[in-house]
Design a protein around this ligand. Structure first.
Ligand code: ASP
Length: 334
């Protein structure tokens, strides 16, 4: 794709698919078939940038892997080395929050803006082009340079670490319950109103595929614990437990989780969707005080899905249990 002007800032674009890239015969179910060139047609000029385009995949976002995202991060790094000021990554919204956080951890410093759409191209109210244009503007905005990975949808700018998809179909389906959006794009201008501190550096080597498997298990009322018990035989390198409330499980699971801690890091998150895992409030068996005393690692304000991405990346970096715990604590401390 050609530059809009010789001195226009260059943004590297990587596309992976999703609804934003989906099409099909009128009235029929859609599939991700469109590439970067079709998606970004005419948008570089509108945003005042030039584009370097990488059409990496055309898949539903549930098929995207951490290895794919490591490849995206590599492309971004190479483009940065050659003068790109920022990056836009286009993917499906179903797993967009995890993809964005993985890029927060894997991509080199500088703005990475992840976007997608809730409605495919060509339907009334289709949101793809507006999201791409806003994402380009944020990627080229000097104020966004040190905020790590961002998610831009519906003209809102979210920190990758806190954003989540909370509705299956609404065009306004992204929110950051622990913080709110960092800013917005209004009349073509990027307005940042809040900042997040830089993520702590990863201990160990640069993380590369393969990313060790980490199980995510969610606890609910009258949970008899058989899924958690089965984990002992499945060979995961780590586990994320999404406890109820402040980070609680039925007492029948306490010794099972204590056994899992002997095999690898077990991170405790909350299924509530906002607020940190508690650390000093409930002392009953299976309460957070009990679980943390048995070696579970609090996820802080990261939800279980973000925590799972982080744990896989940390394990790929060779982090020890103590380093994993220190990293989660440092994120929470800001
Ligand atoms: N199923 C789509 C995906 O995540 C949904 C979307 O992009 O909005 O690939």
């Amino acid at each position: 794709m050609t530059a809009t002007a010789a001195d226009a800032p260059r943004v590297v674009v990587v596309t992976l698919g999703g609804t934003i890239a989906s099409a099909g015969p009128a009235g029929a179910p859609v599939h991700p078939t469109l590439g970067a060139r079709e998606l970004f047609d005419g948008l570089a000029a509108a945003a005042g940038v030039s584009l370097e385009v990488h059409d990496l995949a055309r898949v539903p976002s549930v098929e995207v892997t951490l290895a794919d995202l490591a490849a995206v991060a590599e492309r971004i790094g190479a483009a940065r080395d050659h003068g790109a000021v920022g990056a836009v990554v286009v993917t499906g919204t179903d797993t967009l929050e995890e993809a964005a956080f993985a890029l927060d951890l894997l991509a080199p410093p500088g703005p990475v803006v992840v976007t997608g759409a809730m409605r495919p191209p060509g339907v009334p109210g289709s949101d793809g082009a507006a999201n791409l244009l806003a994402a380009l503007r944020v990627a080229a905005a000097p104020g966004a340079a040190d905020l790590g990975a961002l998610v831009v949808l519906g003209d809102q700018i979210h920190a990758a670490r806190y954003v989540r998809k909370y509705h299956t179909a609404s065009p306004a389906s992204f929110t950051s319950p622990s913080l709110g959006p960092l800013g917005e794009v209004v009349e073509g201008r990027v307005r940042l109103r809040a900042r997040v501190p830089a993520l702590p550096g990863l201990p160990g080597r640069h993380p590369e595929p393969p990313f060790p498997p980490v199980a995510l298990v969610s606890i609910s009322l009258d949970d008899d614990g058989r899924v958690v018990r089965a984990l002992g035989d499945l060979g995961h390198a780590g586990v994320v437990v999404e406890g109820v409330g402040g980070g609680h499980v039925p007492q029948v699971l306490v010794s099972v989780l204590a056994d899992l801690v002997e095999r690898g890091p077990v991170v405790l998150a909350s299924r509530t969707g906002a607020g940190p895992v508690l650390t000093s409030t409930y002392g009953y068996p299976g309460g957070e005080v009990d679980l943390l005393s048995r070696g579970l690692i609090p996820a802080g304000s990261l939800d279980a899905r973000h925590a799972r991405v982080a744990l896989r990346v940390l394990l790929a970096a060779g982090a020890s249990r103590a380093q994993v715990a220190a990293w989660f604590a440092a994120v929470e401390a800001g």
